[in-house]
Design a protein. Structure first.
Length: 95
């Protein structure tokens, strides 16, 4: 983890038009707020609100950026499977 307590992560958002957006950040709360206020990306600006549907944490910025690139190359069905698996893990964790 970084000294400031923030964590590098790769994330997937579901936009209001059901499209998916993938990015990376070291401050997910701030980045989500920026996406939903229309200040984070040109793509999500017109597709608000957005919802976080997948997140992975990494030690370094480079790892997060590399994972973002890999996810962006996945097909829609592959991304959907990744999201479903994440949602299942989250539910299992809460039980």
């Amino acid at each position: 983890m970084q000294k400031n307590g923030k964590r590098n992560c790769t994330y997937i958002l579901r936009c209001s038009d059901d499209s998916l957006y993938t990015g990376w950040t070291n401050d997910i709360e701030k980045r989500l707020a920026a996406h939903n206020s229309g200040k984070a990306s040109k793509y999500t600006r017109t597709r608000r609100p957005v919802t976080l549907v997948h997140i992975e944490y990494f030690e370094t910025k480079e790892e997060a950026m590399s994972r973002e690139y890999a996810i962006k190359k996945l097909s829609r069905p592959e991304k959907s499977r990744l999201i479903r698996d994440y949602e299942k893990e989250s539910v299992d964790y809460l039980l």
